[in-house]
Design a protein. Structure first.
Length: 124
């Protein structure tokens, strides 16, 4: 079973979902420095996606210094400096874009977040 949960209908490219989820797993402590990531072939097989998609995600993570390629081992978590706050950046940027399209003020966005936070877990 994979540590990743992909959503093909989300509008976010699969490689980006892998990058974002890897950062979230590191920020939450579920992936630790020195820990091996699944190989490209294994992860692609587990997720039922093209290996090039996984390779692209791993290349981006490597470029950002989040993982490092270890000869004979594979990709290893390099950085534990990703904060939970930083791991939310993609979702935050998407929220800001949507709010701007709707011409909401920052205060209205904060109010919407507070309302969603309070209603989380309650049936609607």
């Amino acid at each position: 079973m994979s540590i990743y949960s992909l959503n093909a209908a989300s509008g976010t490219p699969i490689y980006r979902q892998i990058v974002d989820q890897t950062c979230q797993l590191i920020a939450s402590g579920q992936l630790l420095p020195g820990e091996l990531l699944p190989s490209v072939r294994v992860l692609a097989g587990d997720l039922g996606i093209n290996p090039m998609t996984v390779s692209k995600a791993y290349t981006l993570l490597e470029h950002d210094g989040i993982v490092a390629r270890r000869r004979g081992l594979g990709m290893v978590v390099q950085s534990a400096t990703i904060t939970p706050h930083e791991s939310l950046r993609p979702q935050t940027l998407a929220l800001v874009e949507a709010a701007k399209r709707l011409r909401l003020t920052p205060e209205e966005v904060v109010d919407a977040i507070h309302l969603a936070w309070k209603s989380e877990g309650k049936s609607t």
